[in-house]
Design a binder for this molecule. Structure first.
Ligand code: ADP
Length: 260
C-alpha cells in the first residue's frame, strides 16, 4: 500500500512538474516572440523618422532650398514633426524603463483640466494627417485635478493617439469627463477597428499588439497602454476598456480629483 501510495504521489508530482515546465516554455516562447516583434517595430519606428529628417536636410542642402521659403518651411515642418514623434517614442521607452526600476516619483499639482485637454486635443489634431473630429465635454464642471501634469497629459495623449491610430476615417472621438464621488472619470470613445474579445485582457500587457487587420501598417511599440495603466494606478485610479470589432473602443479612466 505504501509503495502504491508513493508511486501515485510520484506520478502526480511528475505530471505537475511536466505541466509546470511546459507552461514555462510556452510563456518564454510567447515573451520571446513579443520581444522580437517589439525590436522589429522599434527598428521601424526609430529608422523611419531618422530617414525622413535626413531626406529633408539633404533636400535643403542639395536644392539650395533656403532660397525657396515655401519649400524650406515644408522641409523644416516635416523635420519638426518627425523629431516630435521621435521624442515621444524615446520618452515612452524611457518611462517604461524607469517605472520598471520603480523610479517614478509623482509630482502632483493642481491642473486646470479643461486647459490641459483642449491644448492636448489641438496638438493631436495638428499631428495627424487624418480627418479627425474630437469633442470634449466636461459634464460636471470639474475645474481642477490634483495629479502629475506630465504623466496625466501622457496618459490622455496615449489614449487619444491610439483612438486616432486605430480608426478609419472620418475619425470621430468623444471624450467625456464626469464626476463620480471623489473621482474624475474620463471616457475616451472612438469609432475605430475595435479590439477582438480574446485580446482585450492583454492590451495592457507590455509589448502586446493585436495582430489583426491593418495593425502591421500602424506604427507602435506595445508599450503605451502598459505605461497608461501603470500611471493611472500610481495615481490611485483605475482603467478599463470596452470594445467591439469594427465598431470602436471606449477606455475609461478614473483619477482621484484631490491628492491623498
Ligand atoms: P501601440 O504602440 O501598439 O499602439 P499600445 O500599448 O498603446 O501600443 O496598445 C496596444 C495594442 O492595443 C495596440 O497595438 C492595438 O492593437 C490595441 N489598441 C489600443 N488602443 C486601441 C484602440 N483605440 N482601438 C483599437 N485597438 C487599440
Amino acid at each position: 500500500v505504501i509503495i502504491l501510495g508513493l508511486s501515485a504521489l510520484l506520478i502526480v508530482f511528475t505530471k505537475f512538474c511536466l505541466f509546470y515546465i511546459i507552461r514555462t516554455i510556452i510563456q518564454q516562447k510567447k515573451l520571446t516572440e513579443l520581444k522580437d516583434d517589439f525590436i522589429n517595430n522599434m527598428t521601424h519606428e526609430l529608422k523611419t523618422p531618422i530617414a525622413t529628417i535626413t531626406v529633408a536636410i539633404e533636400g535643403l542642402q542639395k536644392f539650395n532650398g533656403l532660397n525657396d521659403p515655401e519649400k524650406t518651411q515644408r522641409y523644416l515642418q516635416t523635420s519638426r514633426n518627425e523629431l516630435s514623434r521621435l521624442d515621444g517614442l524615446v520618452t515612452k521607452v524611457l518611462n517604461v524603463a524607469a517605472f520598471e526600476r520603480k523610479k517614478v516619483v509623482l509630482i502632483k499639482e493642481r491642473i486646470a483640466i479643461d486647459e490641459l485637454m483642449n491644448e492636448l486635443i489641438a496638438a493631436e489634431k495638428q499631428k495627424t494627417a487624418k480627418e479627425v473630429s474630437i469633442t470634449y465635454i466636461n459634464r460636471d464642471g470639474i475645474t481642477a485635478i490634483e495629479a502629475d501634469k506630465m504623466h496625466l497629459r501622457n496618459v490622455m495623449l496615449n489614449l487619444v493617439d491610439n483612438a486616432i491610430k486605430y480608426a478609419t476615417e472620418p475619425v470621430d472621438i468623444e471624450i467625456d469627463l464626469t464626476k463620480q464621488h471623489k473621482y474624475a472619470v474620463f471616457s475616451i470613445k472612438d469609432n475605430g477597428m475595435g479590439i477582438p474579445a480574446k485580446h482585450i485582457k492583454h492590451v495592457f500587457d507590455k509589448f502586446h499588439r493585436v495582430p489583426a487587420g491593418n495593425v502591421h501598417n500602424v506604427k507602435g511599440t506595445g508599450l503605451g497602454l502598459n505605461y497608461v495603466k501603470y500611471m493611472v494606478e500610481a495615481h490611485g485610479g483605475k482603467i478599463s476598456v470596452n470594445s467591439k470589432v469594427n465598431k470602436g473602443s471606449e477606455f475609461t479612466v478614473t483619477i482621484p480629483i484631490k491628492n491623498g
